[in-house]
Write a protein that binds this ligand. Structure first.
Ligand code: LLP
Length: 417
């Protein structure tokens, strides 16, 4: 694909240069249509049985994006009190929120309990803690299905090397503790990891979880977690995750389970990245181009404070160059190998190394693709830089500021003394 920006009509006729001038760079820009489309796709992964997709909002908690999920009729999962509060603020009723926590305090659990939000517990100790503060309550437990997956070892959340979930070997212990505190386990859940394009590990984990589910009586739901990948190499024509084929294989496994289990629980999943990654880009400005020991460095304002994924996981993000409001085409521009970096005081502050890009000039805009997931939600104020603004290209083509840029006043407001 020559340009995702052009082929998707990302800016809907708005001039990216004008957006950059009006809102400043770096700037997160989202496209409502793309996000809505992906949310509808995940909502329909299973159609034969009762099924709910939960948008995993750690990916992006901007209220406007949560409202799209709300409107698309999907539910949501939360990992923290902050995420629960954001979802409630966006208008999710407590029954549409699933709190999937890890190593949290009794106070944070109490917030979920007081707000009637169902909690998934992921260690024997956390079940005891929950039982102590909510004797006789309803809960879910997170099981390690023994198989993990993901784009980097840091995002694999099941299998042998993970802090998450309860091992199959401890299931008898779960029942004992549940008896002791009179808890009702209404659901089980898993999450194998993030960003897989090959569904086999996920489907193997589905088999395992369904086998384990047979040991739990009267389950109201089984939640298989998220992780569906998106094509980060789209400019090199990487194919999309084959949702249709996946959905067929997934459904066949449920067919088999339903026959054996005797009742039909609600089936759920927790996609995050798939819903929002492709619907978000970052516009950044080139401020300097230089050569050091034969390497050409393109210096921009998109530092690791704005997008940490490349420096944290060596993640690939396609980059398009925009000049005078137009994408510099990849077919007719001279290419050169460059290393694109940010303005943070670390040598690891690199967006991409030795990347073939159309010849970049000072003051060009870079457009970093697939930044809607784990972009803003992981950004920081490192080097005392301000968090960027976020704008939405709405379905009707209008531009809406959905979070203003942080100010130094905001920053100073935290300090005492
Ligand atoms: N459910 C649970 C319990 C999770 O821990 C996660 C992600 C998800 C659902 C959503 O997974 P997704 O569909 O988005 O893959 N920061 C990393 C990804 C970390 C994922 C953490 N858990 C990245 O930028 O690649």
């Amino acid at each position: 694909m020559d340009s995702f920006i052009n082929s998707s009509g990302f800016f809907k006729g708005n001039d990216p240069e004008k957006l950059a001038e009006k809102f400043g760079t770096p700037l997160y820009v989202y496209n409502e249509d793309i996000i809505r489309d992906r949310m509808l796709r995940v909502a329909n992964v299973i159609t034969k049985y009762p099924y709910r997709a939960n948008y995993s909002c750690k990916t992006n908690t901007n209220l406007s994006i949560l409202k799209i999920a709300l409107d698309a009729g999907i539910n949501a999962d939360a990992m923290s009190e902050g995420e629960m509060r954001m979802l409630l603020k966006a208008g999710f009723t407590p029954d549409r929120i699933f709190y999937v926590c890890n190593n949290v305090s009794a106070d944070e659990m109490r917030f979920a309990i007081d707000n009637d939000i169902l909690t998934s517990l992921d260690s024997l100790d956390q079940i005891r803690m929950f039982g102590t503060i909510n004797r006789g309550g309803r809960c879910a437990v997170r099981i390690n299905p023994g198989v993990g997956a993901g784009h980097h070892e840091k995002v694999v959340t099941a299998g042998k090397k993970t802090k998450f979930a309860i091992a199959e070997a401890d299931i008898d212990e779960i029942f004992k503790i549940a008896d002791e505190y009179d808890l009702k386990i209404v659901g089980i859940n898993q999450h194998v990891g993030s960003q897989f394009m090959d569904p086999s590990p996920f489907l193997a984990a589905v088999d395992n979880l369904l086998r384990i589910a047979m040991r739990f009586k009267d389950l109201e739901f089984i939640d298989f977690g998220g992780g569906y990948g998106i094509p980060y190499h789209k400019l090199d024509d990487e194919k999309e995750y084959d949702m249709e084929a996946f959905s067929k294989e997934f459904t066949a496994k449920l067919d088999d389970f339903v026959l054996r289990y005797g009742s039909v629980p609600l089936f759920k999943s927790e996609p995050g990245r798939y819903c929002v990654a492709e619907g978000g880009v970052i516009l950044g400005r080139v401020h300097s181009i230089k050569e050091n020991s034969g390497i050409k460095y393109v210096g921009t304002d998109v530092g690791m404070n704005v997008l940490v994924r490349p420096s944290m996981y060596d993640s690939w993000h396609d980059i398009e160059i925009i000049r005078d409001g137009k994408v510099v085409g990849r077919d007719n521009a001279g290419f050169e190998k460059v290393t694109v970096c940010g303005n943070i005081c670390e040598s690891g502050d690199v967006l991409c190394k030795d990347r073939e890009l159309p010849k970049v000039k000072d003051n060009d805009l870079i457009c970093v693709l697939d930044a809607g997931a784990y972009g803003y939600s992981m950004c920081s104020s490192y080097n005392t830089r301000l968090r960027p603004a976020e704008v939405m290209v709405c379905s009707d083509g209008s531009i809406k500021l959905i979070r203003r840029r942080e100010t130094f006043e905001d920053m100073f407001a935290f300090y005492e003394g």
